[in-house]
Design a protein around this ligand. Sequence first.
Ligand code: F6P
Length: 325
Amino acid sequence: MKPRIGLLCSGGDSPGMNAAIRAIVRMSLYLGYEPIGIHRGYEGLIDGRMEVLTAGSVSGIIQRGGTILGSGRSVRFLSPEGRRQAYENLQKWDIQKLIVIGGDGTFKGADQFLQEYPTLRVLGLPGTIDNDLYGTDLTIGFDTAVNIAVEAVDRLRDTAAAMGRLFLVEVMGRDAGFIALHTAVAGGAEAVLIPETPTDFDAIVSVLERGWKRQKTSAIIIVAEGDEAGGALRAAEELQKRFPHYEIRATVLGHIQRGGSPTATDRILASKLGAVAVERLHEGASGAMVGIQSDLIVLTPFSKAVKAHSPLNPLLLRLIDILSL
Ligand code: F6P
């Protein structure tokens, strides 16, 4: 019987998860393993919802958003009893090696699981649109999410310019401003509100006034959902108080950013990380996230990957103000 590798997606889905699944399955087969897909993340592990995957199971999925395995946030896996059931199912299915694709919560769960069952071998892939993990320049899904948000901003800019309005656009990012910052630079926004920096409405007001002085016809402000201003709707109310006669509109992009076909960047990233994760597991690595830094594949212990995210690019932060002059 061939040795087995289990794989699951957990947490919020992200575009590129399917490309990662495909890479894991095909590299596993190449190295002589039998890949086992686990449905709906840790929940499926606890309930034993697993199936043998073949090369054909992952045909035609590289371009699809979401995940063919399903994903979810498991409350039961937070308890020792849930993890015990999960471990028993792995034993039943003869799986010693596991790859988990997800973010913060996924890796915290994997870390705890390994502490209790150290004979297992577990590696993680950064699968989240938020880009908020330490140890990787990019997470799978981030590039797609940013491109979706930028396309939306371009469309809103047309209306903003035609009607002479200020638009506040809320993007995802509960704890991190990566999507917001990158969308703001690529969308030519006048300002960005993110959780990592204090929100200063007086500074935003002066930027807007500067634009009006030189007869700008529109303005766009990108707001990360986790910013302390409380999202785009609240920030719009705050600005409307200061400019009662100005037409201000707020748009919340929400989960639209998480769906759809992954960009080539996300497909390539997912293919690299998925394939190398299998190779590293094969060599005996465990307890770490497989990420990419300056185009090199790097393993970062789960505990470190979730502790803090990599800093935002200070150059991008500085450019928002200068380039929207
Ligand atoms: O972690 C990814 C993410 O999309 C966050 O940006 C967002 O805050 C959260 O998931 C939304 O979670 P849910 O899909 O459970 O509403």
